[in-house]
Design a binder for this molecule. Structure first.
Ligand SMILES: Nc1nc2c(c(=O)[nH]1)N[C@H]1C(S)=C(S)[C@@H](COP(=O)(O)OP(=O)(O)OC[C@H]3O[C@@H](n4cnc5c(=O)[nH]c(N)nc54)[C@H](O)[C@@H]3O)O[C@H]1N2
Ligand SMILES: Nc1nc2c(c(=O)[nH]1)N[C@H]1C(S)=C(S)[C@@H](COP(=O)(O)OP(=O)(O)OC[C@H]3O[C@@H](n4cnc5c(=O)[nH]c(N)nc54)[C@H](O)[C@@H]3O)O[C@H]1N2
Ligand code: SF4
Ligand SMILES: [Mo]
Length: 750
């Protein structure tokens, strides 16, 4: 808490979603008086959503953990009993538990699950390396395999690096085609763009068009020029048919990047079976509409096609993502202004390397189900089996960092059972929730207002190149992720020290040492110790960030580029620095061996053949398909303890089309039983024609109020866990991503 004389206005970037909005925070007498959108933010210019202003409520939430807690047994009802302890004691328990598990089961018995807020967290971004290297486990799981993993795999094969992801150049495009994304609610994903609604409107205002392809008439679809309803899971068929039509009608025009691309000729044969007429029966979109869409894509002077959750969390997620890039290539929109472009951030997550190797997956597989490793991870759908099925390499201990897999990942009940069965568990989290209630120790970092911030991840997915640093707003005794991860790393390595600065200094030293040795680096040949001494920053994360920024593409190179960036310079620019619109980056940004794009580098030909066979099965199964949805005032499973966000009408309802409701005998406001291969739920029904016939929609992230959790508001607005219905064995085989959209279900009056 601040002091009575603490009156000030500060500016910071909201860390809650990918939009990176600037906030203006007025502080009076040491407390937040008001949070508004920062009109002067170089990127968001005042835009804010209802969540942004609730950083105050998160900060003040009495349920948010202020000190570590350790589990000391269970009460008579079987609920865990947690007691607060000092930090040193908490870390001692971690060390003891880890040593015990390693002694009896070896290091392979230790696994990790990483949740979504890590991507938004500066300390995790700067320090994860230290932790993941020290723990060195093949049992790595994350929210990526219930999210964007297909994007990484498609990028890996096409561009040589899984992290090289194109984004739609929304502010300059003439035609924006959005598949399986509802940015009016989610505020966008793999497309960092604060104020999506205004930007979408601007496309139409400047004479362009916006087309939304979604089974639901979402708010985004309402605002678009055209909404095309599609049967869940069938986007790959639609996109293959678009490619088919472009080729069949001689409308292919690859443009500048043509010289870099191998395998275009083979595409004709590969998409031959996907005629618009055949695709119509599978996608539910008539052939004329498919042809018109393809013609429009070909005719537009610039076009950007973008797909998210509805296109990645499906059985053909990787193929769909690959096809999105194929359409960009065929229409001359890859790496072109107004098309699909590669950001160039002040801290590049991928630096083009000189010694490239072919992109690889499957370097190891999951023990029980034999699914291949992808990007160093195993499918999170495999996690319950890896914990529950006995045998060599069975997981006995888990670290979870900023994740709630019990609600967010497949087969929720079995996930819960799995975590309950562990010998040891450590969670880095701000709440005692459905997942962390199984932990032996919870290590809580401070709330967002108590941490510094810079979106290392999302500026690499941004439609403009932006740099914006946010200092701490309120001081706290709670360590940030940087300090916590540093201490965990030392415990995992068996180092006796407990001073996180040792790790901070090592990380800075490694970064600068590497740079000094790297040919072409702005600090090539300089003395790493001298450079280290010039690094500034109040936290470990800030110091690592300073090292990264100053040696990055816009950096001051520790003096040789005096106008360049440093954290100090960013501190002087609290509204951010605009580094300009995206620029073409190929071939320099390619990490493939030959600096070329080989369309068939991955298993995509086989996958197209598999799609052809599968699509026929979908034709006549006649079952309802379950999809998910998001709400503007929610954030996956974890902001349900903020009263202003959850109040009002219950949102965890099953949306059903009126025609289906009539046939099933269920009514608006009534109850329904919904059954999948793995689970059953009874839910409140909302009859609405925004969902297309044959499709039902239920949001994820609910199902609160379980014994031993400490989230009073969430428990009072519990809802049900939609992922009880998610089949862990249904996945996109190329990426290990779970099928969360298009789950076959039966619905009956309940
Ligand atoms: N059916 C269905 N399931 C889905 C989805 C879907 O569309 N449908 N979407 C999927 C997607 S895209 C994702 S990303 C996943 C999310 O899956 P997860 O990341 O596992 O779940 P979250 O609900 O985001 O949980 C975030 C956790 O981080 C904690 N936390 C919040 N802020 C901080 C912080 O600053 N530091 C730390 N250490 N912890 C913090 C919260 O208390 C919570 O425990 O869910 C997936 N699940
Ligand atoms: N308010 C809010 N914002 C969030 C989040 C949140 O939970 N709440 N979560 C954040 C996270 S972790 C992520 S990853 C992003 C996700 O951001 P988005 O991808 O924009 O997520 P959704 O709003 O779930 O939109 C997915 C859309 O896909 C549609 N859909 C379902 N199946 C299919 C299909 O087979 N084909 C097509 N074409 N469409 C389909 C759904 O109807 C839905 O409209 O949002 C982030 N922002
Ligand atoms: S849109 Fe996202 S970044 Fe912007 S205020 Fe809302 S939650 Fe924060
Ligand atoms: Mo996500």
């Amino acid at each position: 808490m601040g002091t009575m004389s603490d009156d000030r206005t500060v500016f910071r970037t909201c860390p809650l979603c990918e939009a990176t909005c600037g906030l203006q925070i007025e502080i009076k007498d040491g407390a937040v008086k008001r949070i508004r959108g920062d009109q002067d933010d170089v990127f968001s210019t005042g835009f804010i959503c209802p969540k942004g202003s609730t950083l105050t409520q998160l900060y003040e939430d009495p349920d948010r953990l202020r000190k570590p807690v350790v589990r000391r047994g269970f009460d008579a009802d079987g609920a865990p009993i947690f007691v607060e302890v000092e930090w040193d004691e908490a870390f001692a328990v971690v060390a003891e538990k880890l040593a015990a598990v390693r002694a009896s089961h070896g290091n392979d018995a230790v696994g990790v699950y990483l949740g979504n807020p890590n991507a938004h967290n500066l300390g995790w971004n700067t320090h994860s390396r230290a932790f993941l290297k020290s723990i060195s486990t093949r049992s790595m799981f994350s929210a990526s395999t219930v999210d964007q993993m297909p994007r990484h795999v498609a990028s890996g094969y096409l561009y040589g690096n899984g992290l090289r992801m194109p984004v739609p150049d929304m502010d300059r495009t003439d035609l924006l085609v959005l598949l399986g994304t509802n940015p009016f609610v989610s505020n966008g994903s793999i497309c960092t763009a604060p104020g999506y609604p205004d930007r979408i409107e601007a496309v139409s205002e400047r004479g362009g068009r916006v087309i939304v392809i979604d089974p639901v008439r979402t708010r985004t679809a309402e605002a678009a020029d055209q909404h095309i309803r599609i049967r869940p899971g069938t986007d790959a068929v639609l996109l293959a048919a678009i490619a088919h039509h472009l080729i069949a009608t001689d409308q292919v025009s690859v443009g500048r990047v043509a010289a870099l691309i191998d395998g275009l000729d083979e595409l004709r044969v590969a998409v031959e079976p996907f005629s618009p007429d055949d695709a119509a029966a599978i996608t539910g979109i008539d052939a004329e509409t498919i042809r018109a869409l393809a013609d429009e894509l070909a005719a537009a002077s610039t076009a950007a096609v973008h797909g998210r959750i509805g296109t990645t969390t499906v059985e053909f997620g990787t193929l769909t993502t690959w096809l999105i890039d194929i359409i960009a290539i065929l229409t001359g929109n890859l790496d072109q202004p107004g098309g699909s472009m590669f950001p160039h951030s002040a801290v590049e997550r991928v630096r083009p390397s000189r010694s490239s190797r072919p992109y690889r997956v499957g370097r190891w597989s999951s023990r029980v189900n034999g699914n291949p490793e992808v990007q160093g991870e195993l499918p999170v759908g495999d996690l319950p089996d890896e914990i529950l099925e006995s045998g060599d390499g069975q997981l006995k201990m888990m670290f979870t960092v900023a994740g709630n897999p019990v609600l967010s990942c497949p087969d929720g009940d079995r996930m819960d059972e799995a975590f309950a069965s562990l010998e040891a568990m450590v969670s880095v989290d701000i709440y005692l929730n459905e997942t962390t209630r199984h932990a032996d120790v919870i290590l809580p970092p401070g709330s967002p207002l108590e941490k510094d911030h810079f979106d290392i991840g999302f500026y690499n997915l941004s439609i403009r190149n932006i740099a914006n640093f946010s200092p701490v707003v309120f001081e706290t005794d709670q360590p940030g992720e940087d300090d916590i991860i540093a201490r965990l790393s030392m415990i995992v390595m068996g180092v006796g020290d407990d001073d996180p600065n040792i790790v901070h200094d090592q990380l800075v030293g490694q970064i600068l040492g590497n740079e000094a040795r790297t040919e072409g680096s702005p600090v090539e040949g300089r003395d790493a110790d001298e450079l280290s001494a010039m690094v500034t920053g109040e936290s470990g994360a800030e110091r690592v960030l300073d090292a990264l920024i100053r040696t990055g593409p816009y950096g001051d190179a520790f003096g040789t580029n005096p106008d360049g960036l440093s954290v100090e310079k960013l501190r002087e620019n609290p509204h951010g620095i605009d580094l300009g619109p995206l620029k073409p980056r190929l071939p320099a940004a390619l990490d493939t061996e030959d600096k070329r794009i080989d369309l068939w580098a991955g298993p995509f030909l086989d996958e197209l053949i598999r799609l052809q066979a599968r699509a026929v099965e979908w034709l006549d199964d006649g079952r309802l398909r379950l999809i998910g949805r998001r709400h503007l005032r929610s954030n996956n499973s974890w902001m349900h303890n903020v009263h202003v966000l959850v109040k009002g009408r219950p949102r965890c309802t099953l949306q059903v089309n009126p025609a289906d409701a009539a046939e099933l005998g269920i009514r608006n406001g009534g109850r329904a039983a919904i059954t999948s291969r793995v689970g059953q739920l009874t839910v409140d029904v909302e009859v609405t024609d925004i969902v297309m016939p044959g499709v039902v929609s239920l949001p994820h992230g609910w199902g609160h109020g379980q014994a031993g959790t400490r989230m009073e508001v969430a428990a009072a607005n519990a809802g049900v866990n939609s992922n009880v219905l998610t089949d862990p064995s249904a996945l996109d085989p190329l990426s290990g991503t779970s099928v969360l959209n298009g789950i076959p279900v039966d619905v009956a009056p309940g």
